[in-house]
Design a protein around this ligand. Structure first.
Ligand code: GDP
Ligand code: MG
Length: 598
């Protein structure tokens, strides 16, 4: 295709502002799908994505649009993941585009992820077309939102389009704007050595890894031998094609074009997003600017509830990793929980999504330990080590200093909830950096220790703002802090899965909270059970679970045998979900619930 007739674009938006609905509508009106074929939300094809309204894996579709000038244009829509945890994937997808549609809900206005996503697009120099969606809603106020886009984001918005992705109003104007307002890709030389960007990769059961690529120069063909310049590996190209949205093979992909190749690549780790693809026998001399692998920042242990399911978990984890290069895992064994995996995630949402997929798609019941971040420890011999499992903490006498990661959080919240959010941030050791207003919404910027955010910050924020706040963050740096390892002892024995690293000023409160919760969560036994939180050898909080006085069945006054049996059966079923720890049984909910804070 002549590059002058190509437009490569993404849609950026805050969650729920209508990105997927608009994408589906564009596919529909350009004839990619009939209305009948267009079952709900074509692009979000994973169940969890549908339920949570987030897009995890970027997907792409090629549309053909006969424009007003009589020419037929090829429009490549790259659907980017919309969440901060997948920021690196977002930025890589944006590199493959020349422009972006900025979709803003005309009733809700600009939100935290609107800002985060549009700034990424601006950073890679994309032309931005603002689109005000949901103008069919009675509460829509496009003029106010236009003003907000100009004030808060700082881009021109007087010519923002007014549309309803749901009813179809204004969809043609979006297609015309893509053609008229977005630049065409640079006209690279189709004869030059191949230079293509690996935009995304995912695992397909039939074809192996599929690589989404954007050709910059040269021509990609079936049968060619290509090399991934970052990893050095080379592969024979089995197939080349595009998504419309169904997979369609094509003969070649030339400069400016976006499509896929498959080459019997075994795992996504071998096809890293951001790598440069070139021809093996005639390589380009100038690879694209270096790419950084996505690094996990939040870690937690995943253990099967039933230890007999360990092999199933291993299988599931390995299969998941095939398709998600940013998810890392290694085997871990815990005295409390047996064998499991220590897993690394890009952020909290990523953790939740993976945990849910393991439980749902692979059908394993999991115990998740407290999420932890990466601490940098300077040891007395001068070496610096990364710690991502509190259980591996070196002897405190060997540690000179511990540094923890800090983030910069942006929170948008309606006025009336501001007080609650300020208190929450202050409680979590936050440092306020900015407080401004955008209409009746406050925009707060806080620096926060990630350690305080990984527990239940999202949940708390949601509850103090009745769901009206939006939140986004980015990493700042590691900063030294007075951090200590807090152990939890049940019946005098430390339970490794409940150990955590906390700030000294927060240890007592945290310890007391955990002891109180465990007291309610662990059932009574025939003996008294002390529950303690300790730093080193010093106990900072303590609760005691009283011993059972009589046999449980005594409750069923005398005669009723069937009731007695039912009670015993219930207990037996309950037991399956317990973990025998020393002489004490700890129910699985205890591991999760104990970590929540008030
Ligand atoms: P995404 O998270 O940005 O992909 O948002 P979705 O496309 O999933 O849309 C979120 C919700 O808004 C869904 O319930 C849509 O049906 C709804 N929605 C999307 N566009 C419109 C619109 O133009 N008008 C109205 N009333 N609802 C819309
Ligand atoms: Mg979506």
């Amino acid at each position: 295709t002549n590059p002058a007739l190509i437009r490569n674009f993404s849609i950026v938006a805050h969650i729920d502002h209508g990105k997927s609905t608009l994408a589906d509508r564009l596919i529909q009106v350009t004839g990619g799908l009939t209305a009948r074929e267009m079952t709900e939300q074509v692009l979000d094809n994973m169940d969890i994505e549908k339920e949570r309204g987030i897009t995890i894996k970027a997907q792409t579709v090629r549309l053909e649009y006969p424009a007003k000038d009589g020419q037929t244009y090829v429009l490549n829509l790259i659907d980017t993941p919309g969440h901060v945890d997948f920021g690196y994937e977002v930025s890589r997808s944006l590199y493959a585009c020349e422009g972006a549609l900025l979709v803003v809900d005309a009733a809700q206005g600009v939100e935290a992820q609107t800002l985060a996503n549009v700034y990424q697009a601006i950073d890679v120099n994309l032309e931005i077309v603002p689109v005000l969606n949901k103008i069919d809603l009675p509460a829509a106020d496009p003029d106010r939102v236009r003003e907000q886009i100009e004030d808060v984001i700082g881009i021109e918005a007087h010519d923002a389009l007014e549309i309803s992705a749901k009813t179809g109003i204004g969809i043609e104007s979006v297609l015309d704007a893509i053609v008229e307002r977005l630049p065409a890709p640079a006209a690279g030389d189709p004869q030059a050595p191949l230079k293509a960007l690996l935009v995304d990769s995912w695992y397909d059961t039939y074809l192996g890894v599929i690589c989404l690529v954007r050709v910059i120069e040269g021509t990609l063909k079936k049968g060619m031998r290509v090399r991934l310049m970052g990893t050095g590996a080379s592969y024979g190209v089995d197939g080349v094609g595009v998504f419309r949205p169904a997979k369609v093979t094509v003969d070649t992909l030339g400069p400016g074009e976006i499509g896929f190749l498959n080459a019997s690549i075994k795992q996504v780790r071998d096809a890293r997003v951001g790598d440069t693809i070139t021809e093996e026998k005639r390589p380009t001399t100038t690879p694209l600017p270096g790419f950084k692998p996505a690094v996990p920042v939040v870690f937690c242990g995943l253990f099967p509830v039933d230890s007999a399911e360990f092999e199933d978990l291993r299988d599931a984890v390995e299969r998941l990793a095939l398709n998600d290069a940013s998810f890392s895992f290694e085997m871990e064994s815990s005295a409390a929980l047996g064998f499991g995996f220590r897993c690394g995630f890009l952020g909290l949402l990523h953790l939740e999504v993976i945990r849910e997929r393991l439980e749902r798609e692979y059908d394993v019941d999991l115990i998740t330990t407290a999420p932890s971040v990466i601490y940098k420890m300077t040891l007395t011999d001068g070496s610096v080590v990364d710690l991502h499992n509190p259980a591996d903490m070196p002897d405190p006498v060997k540690i000179d200093a511990i540094a923890e990661p800090w983030i910069k959080a942006t929170i948008l919240v309606p006025d009336e909830y501001l007080g609650g959010v300020l208190k929450l941030c202050e409680d979590r050791r936050g440092i306020q950096r900015d407080l401004t207003y955008a209409g009746s919404r406050a925009m707060l910027v806080y620096e926060l220790p990630l350690n305080e955010v990984v527990f239940d910050f999202y949940d708390r924020l949601k509850s103090v703002t009745k769901g009206y706040a939006s939140f986004d963050y980015q990493f700042l740096e590691h900063r030294e802090g007075d951090l200590v390892k807090m152990s939890l002892l049940v019946n005098e024995e430390p339970v490794d899965a409940l150990a955590m690293i906390v700030h000294r000023t927060r240890a007592e409160m945290r310890g007391r909270g955990m002891c109180e919760r465990l007291k309610d969560l662990i059932p009574r036994h025939q003996f008294k059970i002390p529950i303690q939180a300790a730093i080193g050898g010093r106990v900072i909080a303590r609760e005691t679970i009283a011993a059972l006085r009589k046999d449980v069945t005594a409750k069923c006054y005398g005669g009723d045998v069937s009731r007695k049996r039912k009670l015993l059966e219930k207990q037996k079923a309950g037991k399956k979900k317990m973990r025998q720890y020393g002489s004490v049984e700890i129910p699985q909910e205890a591991f999760i619930a104990a970590l929540k804070m008030d």
